[in-house]
Design a protein around this ligand. Structure first.
Ligand code: SF4
Length: 180
């Protein structure tokens, strides 16, 4: 059910690993840094359901702990930081984290038209002391392409499952969605 989405994540992971190897000196990302997990994030249904599937497969006690945390987060009306963070600043669903979480930290190519190159930092902690326009485009992530592919994969998944492809969800909705 999630093959197309998993293929997209695998491709992205390959690109991220390649770029991280080249740009290690410019990156401050490390286990426990959750700076990019502080925004209010919403996700497509295919991303949320893939996390639901992951939660169904993990140890029951761990699953219950994560779900209880999500319910509390929602009951408290909280919006950030991300409810999947543990006390140590680590992601509780790291291997199942969504696309945006996997790409964060690197440079995005946000060019509007073919031929033009506009590169942006996705995290202010990285790529300091670097002249962005000197970085080859092949060492950046194409934000528009990634978004377009994710939209397509989600549309396909939603069509197959009669969901609204436009609707986005917060991670704290997961306990409710698991009961459906
Ligand atoms: S899902 Fe994980 S990586 Fe993504 S924002 Fe939440 S804690 Fe961070």
């Amino acid at each position: 059910m999630f093959q197309a989405y998993q293929r997209l994540l695998s491709k992205l992971d390959e690109s991220v690993a390649r770029i991280e190897k080249l740009h290690g000196a410019y990156l401050t990302c490390h286990k426990g840094c959750a700076d990019c997990c502080n925004d209010i994030l919403t996700f497509y249904r295919v991303e949320i359901d893939s996390i639901v599937e992951y939660l169904r497969e993990i140890d029951a006690a761990e699953r219950e702990q994560i779900l209880a945390g999500l319910k509390q987060f929602r009951a408290d009306g909280m919006r950030h930081p991300c409810p999947m963070l543990d006390e140590g600043g680590n992601c509780r669903i790291y291997s199942a984290r969504p696309l945006l979480c996997r790409s964060h930290g690197l440079l995005f190519n946000v060019s509007e038209t073919a031929g033009s190159v506009e590169i942006e930092r996705s995290c202010d902690l990285n790529y300091n002391e670097v002249i962005l326009c000197e970085i080859p485009v092949s060492e950046t992530l194409n934000q528009r392409l990634l978004s377009m592919l994710l939209i397509q994969v989600n549309a396909l998944y939603c069509t197959e499952n009669s969901y609204d492809p436009e609707k986005r969800h917060e991670l704290s909705e997961i306990p409710e969605l698991m009961e459906d």
